[in-house]
Design a protein around this ligand. Structure first.
Ligand SMILES: Nc1nc2c(ncn2[C@@H]2O[C@H](COP(=O)(O)OP(=O)(O)OP(=O)(O)O)[C@@H](O)[C@H]2O)c(=O)[nH]1
Ligand SMILES: [Mg+2]
Length: 435
């Protein structure tokens, strides 16, 4: 028997994928204007779908025991679990509602699968069974609406379908069951288990297993391996457990679905991004210096220096940059911030920044609130010490106070929104590189 799974031991896909989806959502808030409406709607729907899946968690391995009535699904469920939980019956059919055991917590998933609370059991993870959710399904023959619904719910989420077969009945129980067919259509791994092996003579076991394998192939339900077991004697149960542990060591169907959705979203977003562009935050000091010049802070610093060395200067309190000057500095900032990015991102940044008029007002208000350092003329001994030093430190004190005020105005209104947009751009770009 061989089942091939892609090895992937990491078990924190839910958290990692949730972080990625959260980043995508936050990025879309900034970026939606830069993205074609159709792509945007598509990505928003993807986010919703991923949210739904991630709510259930994607670190589970859902293993479904399916097959005809009396084939021994409930007996195998108990044999795998190592204790009696599912009801095994003589009267047919016995299991009318699905029963489940979870190795580790899986409440949201079990709720979604509509497993009654009294029909579910949670046990501690052990022996490679971490996050495994084993579901004992009602038989597929009693084709009533309820069962059909169960198939539709469980099978698409199943990471492994274990198809249980009774050797005396399998030919009648046509293998083109809904469970196997749907699983095969989804490309999900399935395993055929020939149960009741203890009721067959040794020679017959191999014959029946070979015949069953042939039937599986002829039904076109893929390469499902056939495993010989007996729920009564315990034969083959370890191999069955190993197959389940193998499925648990791989990325779940649900995690794959979320990843595939994110890859598709990344591909859809490619058109809104430039190849190889890596936006960088323009020089903040340069921005503050330019505005400080335009607002008269530098002139006030020069005057303070002149006064401090005994010369003349006017310390104006009416500081502020002209609208034209602010507009100019603002545009230069946007140019630098969006260099190499598609034009639409220029509009996004422009929209996110405070308009020039309000920015000019914010700068004026911030400067009006500054407590300017006092500047005194040199007298007595102070006149003897380095004049140049006095002048420099007076100018510096003014410049520092003025620039701090300007930074307090442009920080939240220019620098931070630009930084957020760059972050959004990088997050989306990262998504396009996901495979
Ligand atoms: N001899 C033998 N009997 C088995 C084996 N597995 C199950 N049985 C018996 O077969 C009968 C049916 O087993 P269940 O486990 O209830 O079968 P099921 O597939 O869950 O049946 P439904 O719930 O009706 O779909 C019971 O009497 C079991 O004791 C086995 O490997 N060998
Ligand atoms: Mg049963």
């Amino acid at each position: 028997m061989s089942l091939s799974f892609q090895e992937l031991p990491e078990k924190n896909e839910t958290t990692r994928l949730r972080e990625r989806v959260d980043r995508l959502r936050a990025s879309m808030e900034w970026a939606s204007e830069a993205i074609d409406a159709r792509v945007r709607d598509d990505v928003m729907r993807t986010i919703e779908r991923c949210d739904e899946r991630l709510k259930l968690g994607v670190d589970h391995t859902v293993v479904a025991l399916a097959g005809g009535t009396g084939s021994g699904k409930s007996s195998l469920f108990n044999a795998i679990l190592g204790r009696d939980f599912a009801q095994v019956g003589v009267a047919r059919p016995t299991t009318s509602d699905p029963v489940a055991v979870a190795w580790g917590r899986a409440e949201a998933l079990l709720d979604w699968l509509q497993i009654d609370r009294e029909r579910r059991l949670t046990v501690a993870p052990q022996g490679g069974f971490d996050g495994v959710v084993l579901v004992d399904l009602p038989d597929h023959d009693s084709v009533n609406t309820d069962n059909r619904e169960t198939v539709d719910r469980v099978v698409p989420l199943a990471d492994l379908i274990v198809w249980v077969v009774d050797p005396q009945k399998y030919a009648d129980h046509a293998l083109h069951s809904a469970y196997l067919r749907v699983a095969s259509d989804h490309g999900q791994p399935s395993l055929v288990v020939l149960n009741h092996a203890d009721r067959l003579a040794d020679d017959d076991v191999d014959l029946v297993a070979a015949d069953l394998a042939r039937l599986v192939r002829s039904e076109g339900i893929g390469e499902a391996p056939v495993l010989v077991v007996s729920a009564r004697t315990g034969r083959g149960i370890d191999a069955l457990r190993a197959a389940i542990a193998g499925a648990a060591a791989t990325r779940s169907v649900a995690a794959e679905a979320v990843r595939a959705d994110l890859v598709a979203a990344g591909r859809a977003l490619e058109g809104a991004l430039a190849r190889e562009a890596d936006p960088v935050l323009p020089d903040v000091e340069g921005l503050v210096a330019a505005l400080s010049r335009a607002a008269g802070v530098e002139a006030r610093a020069d005057a303070a220096a002149a006064i401090a060395v005994g010369g003349h200067g006017t310390l104006s309190d009416d500081l502020g940059a002209s609208l034209a000057a602010v507009e100019q500095v603002r545009l230069e900032w946007i140019d630098a911030a969006t260099a190499g990015l598609p034009l639409a991102w220029r509009i996004v940044v422009d929209d996110a920044l405070l308009p020039a008029q309000h920015l000019a007002a914010a700068i004026r208000d911030a400067l009006a609130a500054v407590q300017w350092p006092a500047v005194t003329r040199p007298t007595g001994v102070r006149a003897l010490v380095s004049k140049a030093g006095q002048g420099r430190s007076a100018a510096q004190a003014v410049r520092r106070a003025g620039r701090e005020a300007i930074l307090s105005a442009v920080g939240p209104h220019v620098v931070e929104p630009t930084d957020m947009i760059h972050q959004a751009y990088r997050n989306l770009d990262e998504l396009t590189e996901l495979h």
